[in-house]
Write a protein that binds this ligand. Sequence first.
Ligand SMILES: [Zn+2]
Length: 281
Amino acid sequence: MKHTVFIKKFLAMGTLALMLALALAGCQPVQTTQPGTVGVERKQLMLVSQEDAERAGEAGYAQEKQKYASRGALNTDKMQYQRVTAIARNLIPQTAVFRSDAPGWKWEVNVFTSKEINAYCMPGGKIGVYTGLLNDLKLTDDEVAIVMGHEIAHALREHSREQMSRAMSEQVLMTGVAIIAGMSPGQLDLLQKAATVAITLPHSRKDEREADRIGLELAARAGYDPRASISVWKKMQAANGSGPPQFLSTHPAPESRIDDLEALIPAVMPLYEAARRGNRR
Ligand SMILES: [Zn+2]
């Protein structure tokens, strides 16, 4: 009897593994971004479509906006909102270097009144900046551009979609739900929840390194001083004293973050200088 159960389980596991293999086989690794000057070239395995990831991001973003709007905490400081929007407007056209579709995304910027030291960019270009980041750390425009460039880089690299894909492959293993034929409403609902909590989940250190590199180039090309990447991370670390900023728990620092950035700055300085000459900012 026991033996039969074991065989049945074994067969079931085999079927699941086969289904996962089929699902994976249907998805060739993709190149979400061009390497740029900073040379990020890792290919990614995506089980979730870009459309589904964006739809989930949009739903999560709408929820956040509604939450803050209902308590009068959405874009309340007009000066601050204009400042952040202006920086985003300078950064967004630079995304074309990494992917040609990105400048045409439905970009959106909102400032949330909150003590939290945090910022994010959801799939498809939905940017959120918390006032705690701007006020507590007293960031310069260059430093804000570094943080926003980093966030935009996560969206360009579709790190959330990759995270969702990993969660999805685990779900396939657990439930045996085939995802080859597309998403069921239940799965989409699950993704939506995943996107909502995504901003509270830590990125991997590998993702952080990629976002640092691409973000640095975006900022430099937009005419923001790449050397501000060093000062902003130092400010972030210093703020660690009164409890770690939310930003650091969702963006864990690779040990060598400052060293990596310092090594990259000479490569992007000419881009920064050219942008400065062009814009006279
Ligand atoms: Zn990050």
